[in-house]
Design a protein around this ligand. Structure first.
Ligand code: GLN
Length: 242
């Protein structure tokens, strides 16, 4: 498994769950490790394959249309117990939009229910209109506001003990009403933010990497990088939206 700080990343169903550049999040994680001479291996899991979580440090699930979510949900159910054990053991998991909805108990689309993984106490129902546009969120896991793009019909409702990822500064977030965006549970981050999410939010990328390293018994300390361009992109959006 390479040196002690080389991370193993699992990417679930990239062929189906990859809206608005979500797979770019994997590139960011890979690059931020490489730039620090840490390295990683990305294991893609495709439809029909069984995910092995042995030795995995970080799991990524991207967003998808309602149709794609229906297709992957049974497949995901078969991996539920391994994913639940990973999460309860402090495994790092990032899930975006459709992937975020699948972390919860269910995604209700009128009379139809897409069963979720119940990894986090939340559920989603569908509302109208779709919530589309730029979004900005203040979160304790990132020094800069998290900026990106949202496009979802789902309205996500958090259980009483689930912390939101953050507070909506611009846009809609979980349901357009609560002022909450995303979820934070152990080392699991769920969010509606696409764009992709991590290129403009380097602090968030490093939070995920640090948690994954800590779980291995590492200090989790990361060498600072020159984030001039990433922070300029973040700042441009912050100025535009506020
Ligand atoms: N299909 C889901 C919804 O519309 C998720 C969409 C997405 O991943 N952008 O709510």
């Amino acid at each position: 498994m390479g040196n002690g700080r080389e991370l193993q990343i699992l990417h679930l169903y990239p062929e189906l769950l990859n809206l608005y550049g979500d797979s770019g999040n994997i590139l960011v994680l890979r690059k931020r490790l490489e730039w620090r001479h840490l390295g990683c291996t990305v294991h893609e899991v495709h439809m029909g394959e069984r995910a092995s979580l042995t030795g995995i440090d970080l799991v990524f699930i991207g967003g998808g249309s309602d149709r794609e979510q229906r297709i992957v949900c049974d497949e995901l159910q078969r991996q539920r117990s391994e994913l639940a054990a990973f999460v309860e053991d402090g495994g790092v998991l990032l899930a975006v939009c459709g992937g975020y909805q699948l972390l919860g108990h269910s995604y209700l689309m009128g009379n139809e229910e897409v069963r979720g993984l119940s990894l986090v106490d939340l559920y989603t129902d569908r509302g109208s209109p779709r919530l589309i546009g730029n979004v900005m969120v203040e979160s304790r896991i990132a020094p800069q506001p998290i900026v990106g793009y949202e496009n979802h019909g789902g309205r996500t409702h958090l259980g009483a003990r689930v912390e939101p990822l953050g507070r909506v500064l611009f846009g809609n977030g979980n349901d357009g009403k609560s002022g909450q965006e995303g979820c934070l549970y152990r080392n699991v981050v769920g969010t509606y933010v696409h764009g992709p999410l991590l290129p403009k939010n380097p602090g968030m990328a490093d939070w995920l990497l640090s948690r994954a390293l800590e779980r291995r018994g590492d200090t989790g300390e990361l060498e600072p990088l020159d984030d001039t361009e990433e922070l300029a992109a973040n700042e441009t959006m912050r100025k535009r939206l506020l």
